[in-house]
Design a protein around this ligand. Structure first.
Ligand code: ATP
Ligand code: ZN
Length: 210
């Protein structure tokens, strides 16, 4: 029997809940912080601890059979994977935000404007659907400081409470995407019996909670 591999975030917002759901499925494993791989002792499964950005591609390429990652990252990486189950945690909204003093009213007004983001693919798709042409500036983090520095007119980022926006003199302008953590699988593992067993356990953990 082949040992399955599941990729989860090594550290960050999804790590704790990802570990928790696997433990609640009755899986025994050491949650090493220093190791990249952990073997489950009571199920044919290995857990790979990775950066979330790498998870969709690892699953697409079959290096991992399964993965737990935010929908935003799946869309952004354009990975071809199967969505097996929404997991109900890691919920967030990706929004366009503008300066708090801005009097911009309509999406059309973003035409020709510079928008800083770490999610250019999701933003481009949204703007294209709306027929808007903006100058998308991809930066890897701290996009909120862009408008204050005159680097961009707007930003596109994950917003949860809005506190970070506010403290950087920004306000939400348009919601683009809702995201939560999902269980994804490699396209070719659909009828693997261990995957089916694991999926069933995850679903019963989720329904016991709700
Ligand atoms: P890594 O080191 O793994 O690359 P990261 O810094 O890219 O981590 P985190 O900040 O840990 O990522 O966020 C992981 C995911 O958690 C996001 O992609 C998103 O799906 C989800 N998430 C939920 N709420 C928030 C939030 N308030 N801010 C950022 N991400 C959030
Ligand atoms: Zn990341």
């Amino acid at each position: 029997m082949k040992t399955l591999k599941i990729a989860i975030q090594k550290s960050g917002r999804l790590n704790e809940k990802s570990v928790e759901i696997l433990k609640n499925c009755g899986l025994s494993f050491e949650n090493y912080k220093s190791s990249l791989i952990s073997t489950v002792t009571n199920f044919p499964l290995e857990i790979l601890f990775l950066r979330d950005d790498d998870i969709p591609e690892y699953v697409q390429d079959g290096i991992a059979d399964l993965g737990i990652v935010g929908e935003n990252v799946i869309v952004e990486t354009k990975a071809e994977v199967s969505y097996l189950q929404k997991l109900g945690f890691g919920k967030c909204t990706l929004k366009i935000a503008v300066q708090a003093t801005s009097n911009i009213q309509n999406l059309d007004e973003l035409n020709g404007k510079a928008i800083a983001t770490s999610y250019p693919v999701i933003l481009e798709k949204f703007l294209q659907e709306k027929g808007i042409k903006s100058d998308i500036r991809t930066i890897s983090g701290s996009v909120e400081i862009g408008p204050g520095l005159g680097l961009s007119d707007a930003i596109f980022d994950i917003v949860s409470t809005g506190g970070t926006l506010k403290s950087n003199g920004l306000k939400p302008f348009a919601d683009v995407m809702q995201s939560e953590a999902v269980l994804i699988g490699n396209k070719s593992i659909a009828d693997n019996p261990e995957v089916a067993e694991l999926l069933q356990r995850i679903r019963s953990v989720l329904s016991a909670k709700s």
